[in-house]
Design a protein around this ligand. Sequence first.
Ligand code: NAP
Ligand code: GDD
Length: 359
Amino acid sequence: MRPVNKTALVTGITGQDGSYLAELLLEKGYRVVGMTRRSSTASMERIAHIEDQIEIIQGDLLDQASLVEALQKVRPNEVYNLGAQSFVPTSWNQPVLTGEVTGLGVTRMLEAMRQVDPSVRFYQASSSEMFGKVRETPQNEWTPFYPRSPYGAAKVFAHYLTVNYRESYGIFAVSGILFNHESPRRGLEFVTRKVSDGVARIKLGMAEKITLGNLDADRDWGFAGDYVKAMWLMLQQDQPRDYVIATGKSHTVRHLCDTAFRHVGLDYRDHVVTDPTFVRPAEVDRLLGDPSRAREDLGWRPNVSFEELVAMMVDADMERLWEHKGSSRKNSNVSSKRASTSSNGSSRKHVPASTSHKS
Ligand code: NAP
Ligand code: GDD
């Protein structure tokens, strides 16, 4: 590792992407400071394995003064703004909070940067959810936005604020328009993790069914570990520019189920049921990204295929749940079942999040 003498401030470091980005920046020799919000119970599970290598500062995207103080204390070269209320269904239940954190939170951070040090480079976590009811397929950097949720609308606001601070003040501020990216650290309420966790439970005899919503929704799913590399690359360019980050391939939720169940030798049709309560008030039917600009300017490409991603997630959940079963496993006959599913296991350590969420 070569020291780069750079400091990065990462909001949302306790989330899926924050944990992979922190690992990447540490590998590159950065001083990494994560901003976390105060909570009565710590949510450091995803970064527990690197806690001794990073610094933590308290701050909240709802509180402007805390952002100013964080920038003054940390003096970063780069800010990665990953903090957000990121679960789309919650944005209908809590639209004001979502707007405050996911939308206005970005204004607060950009204003804080303008006050403290406008030379700091800024990454905004924009989203393919902004394309919503898509105007064209595939979607690229010029595709108009048509958000279908309060979350999507908040992200559009944040996206244009980032563009505006670049154009108004010359700040090196970029938006990465990232399509869905997943991993064993994904929150349990998102569909990929809900499926991988459910498959593992069913295979281990701990459950019989998974209840889902719209099986026809189509997403361009990639691996989070690949996508954080694109975030870093965007801030190393000579000129600030926004980029679509995607695999260029899409799959339905039904195909996700089929792939995940097949991985453990089961048929999804025997175990997946649908319930209209999981169907959204306004759905995003199909997202498919065109990452040509990222390929050309950044040399970025995804390394993990959809099939590898699904296998990695199912294997990680099998391992986690197996460990939880603890001593009772000796008395059950599941060891042979587990052995039969480990052939595609990943050697990488993914530290799955085990926190339970309502999904
Ligand atoms: P995530 O796992 O839900 O993590 C969200 C992070 O935001 C958590 O660390 C959370 O902290 C933090 N946060 C929430 N409210 C906050 C507040 N008021 N102040 C400061 N931090 C706050 O999300 P992710 O999947 O890693 O995604 C990272 C970012 O990329 C998000 O902005 C998301 O909207 C965006 N994005 C994600 C995807 C995707 O497919 N994953 C695609 C496009 C864009 P706690 O631990 O305290 O809750
Ligand atoms: N969560 C969930 N649970 N989704 C389901 C279910 C279910 O039981 N059944 C079907 N789906 C469908 C949803 O209707 C949606 O069309 C699709 O699966 C993906 O849902 P999520 O995994 O919750 O992700 P998302 O696409 O809504 O949002 C994620 O990706 C965005 C980028 O496009 C989040 O990470 C956002 O923060 C991110 O911006």
